[in-house]
Design a protein around this ligand. Structure first.
Ligand code: GLN
Length: 492
């Protein structure tokens, strides 16, 4: 087996047993990036030298019988995490040459546990999108293709570069961020696993903000166990983030092996919307049968405000974004366009620095927060957000976890769904409710559509109960036995 095909868990074992070195493992992935990135555009920055140096450090630590939980493991980092001394762009022209003077807490923790960073991955600009088409560095290509058709498909978004790099074996695993589905939907589109943990589980310090009450970091990897291992190294209280939760980090990897016998799995009636494709409905049905066979009890639940989740999200998220993005004014950091006076400088900088989707969100957000409309839109959306949270609280009185599809369709082609932004927003229909409620939710690859494209199932859990989410996801993964491989991958 080639080094780029290993799971993170297996690579860790191989490194400890000295079957190969961190240097060899890292070089194999750097070579894969060199070979495939021109086609995939998954990385916007590759840090060859830093990766080699980190691998050598890991090899020295491993030789001494030391080294942290991720010693020598090559990872890809979404280019939304600030990395000290390494360009961090949010895939925006406004931050095209921004080199942060500090490190995000999540990446600092990963480095401290010995991980090797291969580079920074492409994303939708400021994480706004579901297709990776809004990046200032160009679209990412999904390594999967429809049947024999080489037409480029989207990897999903916004963590599309991370998802594509893991699926194509350019990295063993990656970090993502999820505001309304940006870890789960690209994981589903690329046939990998990805979890958005409970809001507050990972520190947001040093992650470029999109919508602060929704943004969460999380792992993306080829197995559920790999996600669990990685999340263990990313999570934990951080005094630098006032919304980070001061609670112990459980052994997530151990939770994968837990039985689910007697667990009650909720199936929300409202998710069987008429728009769901036949194959997604069939996959969901198979998922229920797998969990029943593993000893779980399936119960019907109702989440009556499901219909309101998408409109609520597309008020709350742009509102917070418009406020967060006000800091990019050309004065303190990032791109600057000159102007005759200060207002002209602001206007010219923001006009040149932001792409269309970001501008659209700033306009929507500014509008819903404006004096005349605040009560009618923003305040009302906040109230509905509370009702959505209550729906879940009520549901969790009768179930321990919830099973749904991750996305309404498989990956679509680049350029599709582009004429009307609302069509694109509909992609988030299954992922947004858990985001608004702050709940942990994972996507697991569970099958292929008739054209050979991966489809994912989502498991949503109670706040801070990632362990049950991992246990259930592990059973789905085992039952599905997903072993299909993308057309574009290292060694193919
Ligand atoms: N697709 C959603 C959006 O465009 C979610 C993005 C995200 O989770 N960052 O806002």
């Amino acid at each position: 087996m080639s080094l780029t095909d290993l799971t993170l868990a297996r690579a860790r074992e191989g490194l400890r047993k000295k079957e190969f070195s961190a240097r060899e493992l890292t070089e194999a992935h750097l070579a894969a990036i060199e070979a495939l990135n021109p086609q995939l555009n998954a990385f916007v920055t590759v840090t060859h030298e830093l990766a080699g140096a980190a691998a050598d450090d890991a090899d020295r630590a491993l030789a001494r019988g030391e080294g942290g939980a991720l010693a020598g493991i090559p990872l890809a980092i979404k280019d939304l995490f600030c990395t000290e001394g390494v360009r961090t762009t949010a895939a925006s022209r406004i931050l095209e040459n921004f080199v942060p003077p500090y490190e995000s807490t999540v990446t600092a923790k990963l480095k401290a546990s010995g991980a090797v960073f291969l580079g920074k991955t492409n994303l939708d600009e400021f994480a706004m999108g579901s297709s990776n088409m809004t990046s200032a560095f160009g679209a990412v290509t999904n390594p999967w293709q429809r049947g024999g058709d080489p037409a480029a498909l989207v990897p999903g978004g916004s963590s599309g570069g991370s998802a594509a790099s893991v699926a194509a074996r350019l990295a063993l695993a990656a970090t993502g961020t999820d505001t309304g589905g940006s870890i789960r939907q690209p994981a589903a589109f690329c046939g990998i696993a990805g979890i958005k943990p409970t809001y507050g589980r990972c520190s947001r310090y040093g992650i470029i903000a999109f919508a602060s009450s929704l943004d969460q970091a999380g792992p993306m990897a080829r197995t559920v166990e790999d996600c669990a291992i990685l999340l263990g190294a990313m999570a934990g209280f951080d005094p630098k983030d006032s919304t980070s939760a001061d609670r112990p980090v459980p052994d997530f990897a151990a939770a994968c092996g837990r039985g689910i016998s007697g667990l009650r799995i909720g199936v929300p009636l409202e998710y069987a919307a008429p728009g769901v494709s036949g194959e997604i409905a069939a996959l969901w049905e198979r998922g229920r049968a797998w969990l029943r066979a593993a000893g779980a009890e399936l119960v019907e639940i109702s989440l009556p405000h499901t219909k309101q989740a998408l409109p609520t999200y597309y008020i709350v998220a742009p509102a917070e974004a418009s406020s967060n993005l006000a800091r990019y004014d050309g004065v303190r950091f990032g791109r600057r366009e000159e102007g005759g006076d200060l207002t002209e400088l602001y206007e010219a900088t923001r006009a040149a620095g932001f792409g269309d989707e970001v501008k659209r969100r700033i306009l929507i957000g500014t509008y819903v927060l404006s004096a005349g409309y605040y009560d009618a839109y923003y305040l009302r959306a906040q109230k509905i957000r509370t009702l959505i949270l209550r729906d879940f609280q009520r549901a969790f009185e009768t179930c321990d976890a919830i099973l749904t599809p991750t996305a309404p369709t498989a990956a679509f082609a680049q350029g599709e769904k582009m004429d009307d932004p609302v069509t694109m927003y509909l992609n988030d229909i299954y992922t947004v409710p858990a985001s608004l409620a702050g709940l942990p939710a994972i996507s697991v690859p569970a099958g292929l559509d008739p054209e050979g494209l991966p489809l994912g199932l989502q498991v949503i859990g109670r706040p801070f109960d990632e362990e049950t989410v991992f246990a259930v996801a592990d059973k789905i993964e085992k039952a599905a036995g997903f072993s299909a491989l993308p057309a574009l991958r290292a060694g193919a």
